[in-house]
Design a binder for this molecule. Structure first.
Ligand SMILES: [Zn+2]
Length: 455
């Protein structure tokens, strides 16, 4: 990167702040569709304004029915950069105004500052610098701006049904250096009729993608003393609270929550409570079913080994499994689990094994999933981005695999490139911010990537 471009981008910092402040002023979280506004009026207006700014920079713009839009520099685009203008709702706890950018010290606060309006602005100005300085490109580059990333990315599905994406796409909506592998994901639900005179009810977990921090059960016909003794012997680190209420005993288990893609970071209250119940003299068939769950999805096991689905490869790491929901209401026992699996496996293969295992312990299964996403780490595209990251940031960079999904999960050839660096920008929380210098740093990074890929 020459001094000339570097200085040009640095000089645009006040303009970048101004543009970002303007985009933050739209509360563009997803709302009910209105005429011509598939995700609500503010998201549509935000997209229109961003495209207007891009047009004023001299890019060729296209609004694709207010689902998404694009700004193109040069012909035959080889590189697409995918960012989003929708945000999650403000939520509570803000000490600043969420939709009025506040610059304080080296930070700019506002909903979307980091996720993902700030990175989008950096792309706009990286492209502007290349254009204004007349830097020749052999192939074109386009910024694609979506408006529904936070609620399922239907914006990009729509865009792809109408427009062709370039062969290389990155999204600045995750972390540096480069995320090239996103594990596959399975949601497996299971259920069975079950009656019990001793187990009255059981509830653990509410969302499938979270390791539950709380679970509770009500039993009858077993003394609190017996349950307390079993709890001590259980070897669980979840905290059990055991209370006698009349004829019944209420057991509450408290563990540690975690995202289901990183189950090792949590302490699963649900499987802890199942472990305790499996040691109690319950009646059949509840006893067999609880023991079956304990044996197949044991407390503290997160690699799916006992369920017969453990898998790992060097590039994407190990399969993870989190049993995240279990309910029993006296008639029916049902639950759900979240599985993230490496590129060496498939939805079909895992489903078959898991279905068999669940049926062996008496449950019918309902399994669905998404295959892994992978762009080889030795591909030109990934290697170029890693080299850009290294040269601009001075830090070594390796491609990384994650259990979660990014904006490019459904896009062939897509990777994530930026913009988080380990600093807590309070994404999705109160007082989200971006460092104002990061706007410049990211623009420099993107300009270099565009020049190396398209120049
Ligand atoms: Zn995002």
């Amino acid at each position: 990167m020459t001094e000339k471009i570097l200085n040009y981008i640095k000089d645009m910092k006040p303009q970048m702040i101004e543009t970002l402040a303007e985009l933050i002023s739209f509360d563009s979280h997803r709302r009910d569709p209105e005429d011509g506004a598939p995700f609500g009026i503010p998201a549509k207006k935000c997209l229109e304004r961003a495209l207007e700014i891009c047009e004023s920079f001299g890019f060729e713009v296209k609004n694709v029915d207010s689902y998404a839009g694009r700004a193109r520099l040069g012909c035959d685009p080889e590189l697409g950069i995918l960012a989003h203008l929708d945000v999650v709702p403000a939520g509570s706890g803000w000490t600043k105004k969420p939709f009025e950018a506040t610059v304080e010290g080296d930070r700019l606060y506002g909903r979307g500052a980091m996720d993902d309006k700030g990175p989008a602005v950096s792309v706009m100005y990286a492209m502007k610098a290349i254009k204004d300085l007349g830097i020749p490109l052999k192939s074109g580059v386009e910024l694609i701006l979506g408006t529904d990333e936070e609620c399922g990315s239907s914006d990009i599905d729509y865009y792809m049904s109408k427009e062709k994406l370039p062969g290389k796409v990155f999204t600045p909506d995750a972390d540096y250096p480069v995320i090239n592998i996103e594990k596959g994901r399975i949601c497996a639900k299971f259920s069975a009729k079950c009656r019990s005179d001793k187990l009255v009810e059981f509830h653990g977990g509410k969302t499938v993608n979270a390791v539950p921090a709380l679970a509770n059960a009500v039993v009858t016909g077993i003394s609190a003393f017996e349950i307390k003794t079993a709890a001590e012997k259980s070897g669980c680190t979840v905290k059990f609270d055991i209370k006698e209420v009349g004829e019944k005993v209420i057991i509450t288990a408290a563990g540690t929550p975690a995202h289901a893609s990183l189950p090792d970071l949590g302490d699963n209250a649900l499987t802890g409570l199942v472990r305790l119940l499996s040691a109690l003299p319950l009646d059949e068939p509840a006893k067999a079913m609880i023991s079956g769950i304990d044996g197949t999805f044991p407390y503290r096991e997160t690699d799916g080994k006992s369920a017969g689905i453990a898998a790992r490869d060097d590039e994407s790491g190990s399969l993870t499994l989190a049993l995240s929901i279990l309910d029993f209401d006296g008639e029916k026992m049902s639950g759900a689990m979240d599985i993230r699996f490496p590129v060496c496996e498939s939805v079909e293969n895992i489903s078959k094994k898991l279905e068999k295992k669940l049926s062996e312990i008496g449950f019918a299964a309902d399994i669905s999933g998404v295959e892994p996403h992978c762009v080889p780490s030795d591909s030109d595209f990934v290697r170029t981005l890693l080299a850009v990251y290294h040269d601009i940031s001075g830090n070594p960079g390796e491609a990384i695999a994650i259990g979660g999904g990014t904006y490019v999960h459904g896009i062939p050839g897509g990777v994530a490139f930026g913009c988080e660096t380990g600093e807590d920008n309070r994404i999705h929380a109160a007082d989200e911010f971006i460092r104002t210098d990061a706007l410049v740093e990211n623009a420099v990074m993107f300009a270099e990537a565009i020049m190396r890929i398209c120049g």
